[in-house]
Design a binder for this molecule. Structure first.
Ligand code: ADP
Length: 482
């Protein structure tokens, strides 16, 4: 099949979260199964993108703001699949990826450019795979301005939700500028959303099929608690709503071949992990007390990730002898609270505020446990990385965390982590104490580490499921749904 995946961030070019990991790894895995896959993303002004790839001849003409806008397209063919970059400096040459006042316009333009690029490439698409609100409007364009375009006559769309919490809302007055019909500002069959319009809703209403990144999250988002006010729509479309767990790119995240960590190790020989732990403690100026448990945490600092619980229990975990290492950036309030704890308890909390892939690898390799008590978690990648690195996850049973982590049973020695259910700091503390207790029994801990490190969440299985879904979609000849 001829497949184009469009995403606003793709590893290794630009990343703020799990979406980029998926957009980087899934196309590679699909290409290995024989599909013809390409990827398209904006050409941000980032060191990893500037100067990369070759400029394609000619310009793409993108109808936008009542005119035809010429844009250049770059392509990087050095990897396993071609990656196309839409070059519109007025939109993508900004300090960050998102959070600009004209985001709706920036990514509306991207969505439109994706479709024009598909046409310019010339080969009819079987599947257009769109991701999150930034590409949702592509579904709206296909159902309106391109609805009679023979080029897209057999194209089916899959819209994947990586995070429901970002609805991509904007004023309906922007619709004409985006070259979208004003009737879209309707509630039942359009994209109206509480007085605004929503590009996420465009994906949810107009895509042929919808997927989320874990089976549990696909159920959760049909409830009021997690549906972010889209639960009714999602329930109505539940017959075309699927949950496919993300995979892990073990080329990037495996301690047996990770060049970013101090020593290599594997389930057959875990001795290198001790060296990694030393290296981690040194990097964070923590005492090199190798027998004390180290609990790592790598995360966007946001309410979603359960930081109110972490801040609640941090002191008590340190009272029990644990050291904490936290890497993250985001909410200023959470940053401030973490700094306070670090200043109050020197030598017990290592903290790096910022984004650092190198440190993320070091933390996975050097930690004994990994804390991820998310309020909600569409899939979560870090708990799966942690399993492979033998940093035993302590998680809340939300979304993908529930699908991937099996609570450790000391009697049967089955399970790969520690999992609590109710969103409550006492429940987290109980689980963390249990983890510390098992850690104190080194033989039991070794058994648990083996279970964790041998778990396999490679992309192969997930890519096969996407492949099946694409095939189901492509085989369906009706205009809507699968
Ligand atoms: P989300 O997409 O909700 O942020 P995921 O667990 O699915 O959560 O993916 C997060 C990804 O981003 C992981 O690859 C994680 O290692 C990475 N990450 C998050 N924060 C940081 C940071 N401060 N520095 C480096 N990597 C980070």
């Amino acid at each position: 099949m001829n497949i184009l995946l469009a995403a606003s961030e793709v590893v290794p070019y630009a990343k703020t979260g799990g979406l980029a990991d998926v957009a980087g790894a899934l196309p590679k895995a699909l290409a290995q199964t024989g599909h013809n896959v390409s990827v398209v993303m904006p050409r941000y002004n980032l060191p990893k993108i500037s100067g990369l790839g070759e400029q394609m001849p000619g310009a793409l003409m993108v109808p936008f703001d009542f005119e035809q806008r010429p844009v250049s397209v770059f392509v990087d063919r050095s990897g396993p699949v071609p990656v196309y970059f839409i070059d519109a400096p007025q939109y993508y040459s900004r300090p960050g990826l998102y959070g600009e006042p004209d985001d709706a316009e920036r990514f509306g333009f991207f969505s439109r450019a994706v479709l024009e690029l598909a046409k310019a490439l010339g080969e009819q698409l079987d599947i257009l795979h769109l991701n999150d609100w930034m590409t949702g409007l592509a579904c709206a364009y296909l159902r309106t301005v391109y609805s009679n375009d023979p080029f897209f006559s057999r194209t089916k769309t899959l819209f994947t939700i990586h995070n429901m919490a970002f609805p991509g809302v904007f004023s309906p007055s922007l619709l004409p500028k985006l070259d979208l019909p004003e009737w879209l500002n309707r509630t039942d069959d359009g994209i109206e959303f509480y007085g605004d319009v929503s590009s996420l809703k465009a994906g949810l209403v107009f895509a042929n099929a919808i997927s989320t990144v874990s089976p549990k999250y696909s159920k959760e988002i049909q409830t009021e608690e997690f549906g972010e006010k889209f639960e009714g729509l999602l329930r109505a479309r539940s017959h075309v709503l699927f949950g496919i767990l993300n995979g892990v790119d073990y080329d990037e995240w495996d301690p047996s071949n990770d060049s970013l960590i101090a020593a290599r190790y594997s389930p057959d020989d875990t001795s290198g992990k001790t060296e990694c732990k030393r290296d981690l403690l040194r990097s964070f100026s923590l005492p090199e007390d190798i027998n004390r448990p180290v609990i790592g945490c790598i995360s966007r600092l946001s309410d979603q990730k359960g930081f109110d619980l972490i801040l609640d229990v941090a002191d008590r975990l340190m009272d029990r002898g644990a050291m904490l290492v936290v890497l993250g950036s985001g909410s200023e309030y959470i940053e401030k609270r973490l700094r306070e704890i670090r200043d109050r308890r020197p030598g017990q909390l290592g903290l790096y505020i910022g984004f650092s892939n190198d440190l993320a690898h070091k933390i996975e390799a050097g930690s004994d446990m990994f804390l991820m008590p998310s309020r909600f978690e569409p899939c979560g990648l870090n708990q799966m990385y942690s399993l492979r690195y033998g940093a035993i996850p302590i998680v809340r049973a939300a979304g993908g965390l529930d699908d991937t982590i099996v609570n450790f049973d000391r009697t049967t020695r089955q399970g790969n982590g520690f999992k609590f259910h109710e969103y409550d700091s006492t429940r987290l503390l109980e689980k963390a104490y249990e983890a510390l207790m098992v850690y104190a029994d080194q033989e039991l801990w070794r058994a648990l580490m083996q279970n964790a490190m041998r778990a396999d969440f490679s992309w192969k299985a997930s890519a096969a499921r996407y492949g099946e879904l694409y095939e189901r979609l492509a085989a369906d000849t009706s205009a809507v749904g699968v």
